[in-house]
Design a binder for this molecule. Structure first.
Ligand SMILES: Nc1ncnc2c1ncn2[C@@H]1O[C@H](COP(=O)(O)OP(=O)(O)O)[C@@H](O)[C@H]1O
Ligand SMILES: [Mg+2]
Length: 455
């Protein structure tokens, strides 16, 4: 008889307990424990042990190294994000909202790889081979070395891998794959974890560059345990606004390169095309040389992001003025208005103030302060801002501009998107050099920043 057990798993960190908790004892997240029935079968080598080599420890100086060999994918933006191409034997996780274009991107990549003479196996657990063929026809991605299989059983997938012996493998998606030994449903924490461990072993053992597609949850994280992200070599997110045609590919983890690079694509009928000049695309929506609009460089976790911040200051018709903040913290907006009144002598008491971050983003870090101050002052004085400026910095109560973290990354992002000038806290400028094609202006007070930005 096989013993049937129920276990609870944390969907955040993969913590296992026999009992339900409201708060995960592993990572402290609330309401993340899910119940899964698990048949305990004695099989060898599930998650336990990804590497089983019989090698002896070696002194590090005797280990052979050299550059990691890279396979060019034929898609320059993807190569860039991966740090110069795919490393053979690496395991890459690609996440993104449904319909954003993950399957499209990977089918196009597969085609490019196959055209370059590599053997490619594309496994879809979500669409039939016919559907995949139709998509490939639409994208013009038909090559003889591209093999397609619709399968979600891990054992059958392994058989196909042994048969085809691909150089590049795509699993679309990891949430549809299941192992017969694990009885919980495909997409559950234990299935995702065990299947990923299998793919890890296949990738490392046979030197197959493997891409796993992962679904994302409502909160925007890749579904399944956080552990999934720890297991793989690279984690890429494919993102974009549903109503816009541009898409961004970002690395949030990369064991073979930096995570600062972003890849930019445009989605159209014939699939994804690479965007050679991203700044044009981003600046196209933005009104240039108008009062009240600035671009702020913010960090989203470890990811830099440039966002347009708009302010509108208009005389009020009410006894007390309206203050509306969308995407930024309401209290910080009040603080900035108070600083401008007290330190810069702006009379804002009879003015309504509206502050808005374009594109529906929310930023709650203090680095947004300085851009907010410039936007409000710009609208109040009706002086236009410079379209080539990016602004960031924290503002203190005396009107001083305080240092913020990761200034270098923000500046790099600004340079990458084609901006010419960055106004930033002078205290954040120590210990690094910005790219040479961008001018850095360090400021110590809000007054300094306004003098530069609204001159
Ligand atoms: N036959 C088609 N013609 C035009 N656009 C399509 C067609 N099929 C799918 N698309 C579009 O391609 C986009 C990307 O889809 P897909 O690559 O399947 O996304 P994902 O795999 O991330 O869910 C979708 O927004 C969809 O609207
Ligand atoms: Mg898909």
């Amino acid at each position: 008889m096989v013993k049937v057990k129920t276990k609870f798993y944390c969907t955040e960190c993969g913590y296992e307990t026999p009992k339900w908790y409201g708060k995960c004892p592993g990572c402290g997240s609330w309401n993340t424990m899910v119940e899964e029935t698990e048949k305990v079968v004695k099989t060898q080598g599930l998650t336990s042990g990804i590497f089983h080599t019989k090698e002896k420890p070696l002194p590090i100086i005797n280990i052979e190294s050299g550059q990691e060999p890279r396979i060019q994918t034929g898609i320059a933006e993807l190569n860039r994000v991966l740090g110069g191409g795919v490393v053979p034997g690496s395991l890459i996780l690609v996440g993104g909202d449904p319909g954003i274009g993950k399957s499209t991107l990977l089918l196009q990549t597969s085609h490019e790889m196959a055209r370059a003479g590599l053997r490619v196996l594309y496994i879809s657990g979500e669409e039939s081979t016919r559907q995949t063929k139709l998509r490939a026809e639409r994208l013009g991605a038909l090559s003889a070395e591209l093999y397609v299989l619709c399968e979600s059983s891990m054992d059958n997938i392994e058989e196909a891998i042994d048969q085809i012996k691909p150089d590049f493998l795509v699993i679309d998606s990891i949430q549809t794959v299941y192992l017969a030994e694990v009885t919980s449903a495909p997409g559950s924490v234990s299935q995702v974890r065990e299947c990923t461990a299998r793919f890890m072993r296949i990738a490392k053992g046979q030197g197959i560059a493997t891409v796993l597609v992962g679904h994302v949850t409502k909160e925007g994280a890749i579904a399944g345990p956080r552990m999934l992200e720890h297991m793989v070599d690279c984690v890429l997110y494919f993102e974009g606004e549903r109503h816009h045609s541009y898409r961004l590919l970002r690395a949030v983890k990369n064991r073979f390169g930096s995570t600062n690079e972003i890849g930019i694509f445009e989605m159209n009928e014939a699939g994804l095309t690479e965007v050679a000049n991203p700044s044009e695309l981003f600046l196209s929506e933005r009104p240039l040389g108008v009062a009240g609009s600035t671009v702020v460089a913010s960090m989203e976790g470890t990811r830099p992001m440039l966002v347009e911040l708009q302010a509108l200051i208009a005389s009020t018709h009410f006894p007390s003025p309206r203050r509306m903040a969308t995407g930024v913290d309401h209290n910080r907006m009040n603080l900035i208005i108070a600083v401008l009144e007290k330190r810069m002598g702006m009379f804002l008491q009879n003015q309504d103030a509206y502050v808005n971050l374009a594109g529906g983003v929310k930023l709650d870090e203090p680095a947004v302060d300085l851009a907010m101050a410039v936007s409000i002052a710009s609208s109040f004085r009706d002086l236009s801002t410079k379209p080539y400026d990016v602004i960031f910095g924290e503002v203190g109560l005396t009107g001083e501009v305080r240092a913020v973290a990761r200034a270098e990354q923000r500046v790099k992002e600004a340079a990458k998107l084609g901006f010419k000038r960055v106004i930033l806290p002078e205290k954040s400028m120590k210990g690094w050099n910005g790219p040479k094609d961008i001018q850095l202006i360090g400021v110590n007070t809000v007054a300094d920043a306004l003098a530069v930005a609204l001159d």
